[in-house]
Design a binder for this molecule. Structure first.
Ligand code: NAD
Ligand code: UGA
Length: 339
């Protein structure tokens, strides 16, 4: 099959491309505005095209028409951007993604739409979050953090509605905090906002700066090894049962509070480098760290029974998930690129 990956130069995209090159089964075309994370990733079944899809709709339309399956990964995916630039988030993550959906409908192409675990929203649920039965609980409009999750949720609902009409074959993926090589950029000590938590804690370990615990760090997340995530994608791609369905991709075995994550990453850092980190923990209010309009999810526990039924299981435990991601960041080439 010919796969078109839009956003192939990002974290999930570059790892997916690498995995698909190794499998060698499909022809892969990747589009992005940047190829930095694709450096050194080459294969005879992979072609990269540098393009801004917002400025080249004709090119995107042609690429969609020439593909069999479209994988849409473009989005702003950092909470600090949802707070600082909510309209930019809506334009890219909702309106541009909707145009890609419409192109898939026009050319009768199967769509893999990457959504988010954030669609489950705030606390108020009990148990793990299930694709087809959990409620999606958004915060108030004046907390613009929710523009990301609301946009993703509305896009999911539109795609589902087209599925009901028989307009499109789709699979919606809800990723739960993927981590691994080529994740977010590292930052200088004491940076507020910026990248996601793994990159913040990694930066603090490397620079010796403080680890900020937003609102005390009692909120919980489950982290997924990016290689498990790439494997999950191919399980969904290969399964006829995944058509017009939504899937969580997550690893319940890694569930942790953010405070415990900071301590865990300190332990692994010491093991990997032989240096005992002595980072200070600083409790900080969410709106001070990210800006006014931030709110948080208390917990994001995935129920993965639906994808398990297709034969996928996360095979990396908590230790290897973090060791692999941290090893990449400890590479001097990456280390020296702190911005
Ligand atoms: P990313 O930011 O690393 O990748 C997105 C890519 O899209 C970037 O390389 C970016 O350059 C590209 N892009 C943006 N605008 C573009 C445009 N106009 N034209 C061409 N390319 C453009 O993000 P990611 O972490 O790889 O996430 C991919 C998707 O998965 C997103 O939809 C995100 O919301 C979703 N997601 C990711 C995670 C995670 O754990 N990483 C979790 C939940 C949801
Ligand atoms: C993010 C993004 O919204 C999406 O990419 C995606 O939907 C989701 O991750 C995901 O990966 O599944 P979130 O988990 O809130 O959402 O983002 P992180 O920046 O990784 O934050 C996790 C938690 O750590 C939050 O409670 C945050 O407040 C906290 N945090 C963050 C800290 O305590 N300290 C920091 O330095 C950074």
């Amino acid at each position: 099959m010919k796969l078109l990956i839009i956003g192939a130069g990002g974290f999930i995209g570059s790892n997916m491309v690498q995995y698909l090159i190794e499998r060698g089964e499909h022809e892969v075309v990747g589009v992005d505005v940047t190829a930095d994370k694709l450096e050194g990733i080459e294969g005879s079944n992979f072609t990269y095209l540098n393009a801004d899809i917002t400025k080249s709709p004709e090119l995107t339309d042609r690429l969609v028409s020439e593909s069999d399956v479209v994988i849409d990964l473009i989005a702003y995916a950092n909470p600090s951007i949802y707070v600082s630039s909510p309209l930019e988030v809506a334009k890219l993550n909702f309106f541009e993604n909707l145009r890609i959906t419409e192109m898939c409908i026009k050319h009768d192409k199967r769509l893999f739409q990457y959504s988010t675990s954030e669609v489950y929203g705030k606390s108020g649920h009990s148990g793990a979050y299930s694709e087809d039965s959990s409620d999606l609980i958004m915060g108030p409009t004046t907390k613009q953090r929710w523009i990301y999750a609301s946009g993703k949720q509305y896009l999911e609902r539109i795609i589902h509605a087209h599925g009901l009409l028989g307009d499109i074959e789709y699979t919606i993926v809800r990723p739960f905090n993927f981590v691994g090589p080529r994740f977010d950029y590292l930052v200088e000590a004491e940076t507020l906002g910026g990248p996601r938590v793994f990159a913040h804690f990694m930066s603090a370990l490397i620079t010796g700066g403080p680890m900020f615990l937003v609102d005390g760090g009692s909120q919980r997340r489950s982290f997924t090894h990016i290689d498990d995530a790439s494997e999950a994608f191919t399980v969904l791609l290969d399964s006829p049962h995944s058509i017009n369905e939504i899937y969580n991709i997550g690893n319940p075995a890694t569930d942790t509070s953010i405070r415990d994550l900071a301590k865990y990453m300190m332990e692994i850092y010491e093991e990997l480098t032989g240096r005992k980190p002595e980072n200070e923990f600083i409790d900080i209010r969410g709106e001070e760290f990210y800006g006014i309009g931030y709110e948080d999810m208390d917990r994001v526990p995935p129920d993965i029974s639906k994808i398990r039924a297709l034969g996928w299981e996360p095979s990396r435990d908590k230790r290897s998930t973090f060791v692999d991601a941290m090893m990449y960041n400890l590479n001097p080439k990456v280390y020296s690129s702190i911005v």
